[in-house]
Design a protein around this ligand. Sequence first.
Ligand SMILES: CCCCCCCC/C=C\CCCCCCCC(=O)N[C@@H](CCCCN)C(=O)O
Ligand SMILES: [Zn+2]
Ligand SMILES: [Zn+2]
Length: 526
Amino acid sequence: MAISMGKGSVGVLTGVFIASLAVVVAVLLLRTYNLPELKVAWKGKGAPRIELEEDEREQLYEALKGALRIPTVSFSPSEQNTTALEEFKEYIKSAFPRVFNSSLVEYELVGGYSHLFNVQGSDNSLLPYMLLAHLDVVPATPEGWDLPPFSGEEKDGYIYGRGSLDDKSRVIDVAAQSGRTLFGVLIGLHFTLPKGILQALEFLFKKGYKPRRSFYIGLGHDEEISGRHGAKEIVKTLETRNVKLEYLLDEGFGVLDGVIYGTKRPIALIGVTEKGAITLNLTVNSPPGHSSMPPRESSIGILSAALSRLEQDQMPNRFGKGPEGAMFEQLADEFYFPLNIVMANLWLFGPLVSRILQRTPSGNALVRTTTALTIFNAGIKSNVIPQTARATVNFRIHPAETVNEVLKAMNTTIMDDRVIPSSDVPFFDPPSISPHDEETFGYQTVKRSITDVFLVEPVAPGVSIGNTASIYKFRALVIKDEDLSRFHGINERISKEGIETVVQFYFQLIQNSDTDIVPVQSHLEL
Ligand SMILES: CCCCCCCC/C=C\CCCCCCCC(=O)N[C@@H](CCCCN)C(=O)O
Ligand SMILES: [Zn+2]
Ligand SMILES: [Zn+2]
């Protein structure tokens, strides 16, 4: 069928072309010259903060340092440092005596090393909520670190260590909607570790606080390897007791300061959904033998070629097909000119924005299903042709795609029957979007607590690129662009100010949850 265009269409297209060109030039200029420095002059008062004495502050830093020194590493689904997990049990008991000795707290160990606290409120008519965190960490070797990863040492106002961001500085925050069972929200759960949560509770008890609304704190011990024995057992435990939650909060985004290119001020994002995930092991077997008589193709060669195809031939850019498009449109006013115009008109500029986003790893993660090659194993000796080569590929699925679609695309890309896929961790489609309208207590309470503590606007819903399988995902930290590589990377660290803010956030959230009235959002005067 022929496509014809009238004069009018040509005019419109020319206009669109010129507008696009202007935007491209403007974007290039913005990239060339530094953006104006962020000048944030908040006049918002926020909520009263917990006043920490100097010795309490020191106690807070020391408690985190102590936690970082216990190497609670999850190496693989079948290997964890159980000695460290044992040590951690004793550690939290000594670091948070008021929590463990309070008559308001029921404590139990779940799945061997996970911790479940039920803090009794005075009003049983209010549904409880849940805060989640995890105490396990991914492995780290000292290479490249300014300070050793399990030393809990301090430099220039930062406390360094594996887990300082993910997730030993945080406390569990999980929130399910009224009437939803935990199982529905926690499948494949990722927990984060609970330092800030327990510390906030410790300080609250010290001040004689008694909550009105009951809440749970769940600290998983195997979140980094899918939460099979921690989170899932906690879910089972609560399901058996027919527990319903008002909301559930876990780690996730944070207050993003300069992370989204071209924004005028820090933006707090609460994850209301997240990407799906598949982790596959790819194996190639071929006859072993003497390296002096190599076959034309070896297991290593076959597997490497397949992996290279996967890395080169990424899944398509889906920008705008999932909730991330709406997120940018909602935030349009937060961008400098002319990006504000661009973001408000994604129907026109969507393709341009999607191309710009995919140029950075974090932007790319928002716009497509990502393919990450994470493990490669083969060979035992320099003169032996290996029988087996094995690699692991981790896909994070864009909300507009499914597990089945990704598997199909992967097969098409590899196109080699000798590469055998298998999986030993659960995979899941991107979950549905958690409610975040003006009537939703959990979302609005988290949002209000963010504004109270960080004095930041806007607070908007977003799509989390990491997995937590919780209802709301927020990390009470200001995250700068340079921090992104520290997650699961080298020189993971948290500022002393940052760790105090985490505590302030939970201190505030726990108190803001003590009502049945959906909070009115405060607005900051600029
Ligand atoms: C324009 C770009 C905007 C992008 C903004 C990105 C901001 C990202 C902020 C923080 C990122 C931190 C990474 C989040 C980690 C989430 C938690 C986590 O590590 N979960 C694990 C669970 C593992 C479960 C076992 N399969 C994970 O996702 O690997
Ligand atoms: Zn992690
Ligand atoms: Zn984590």
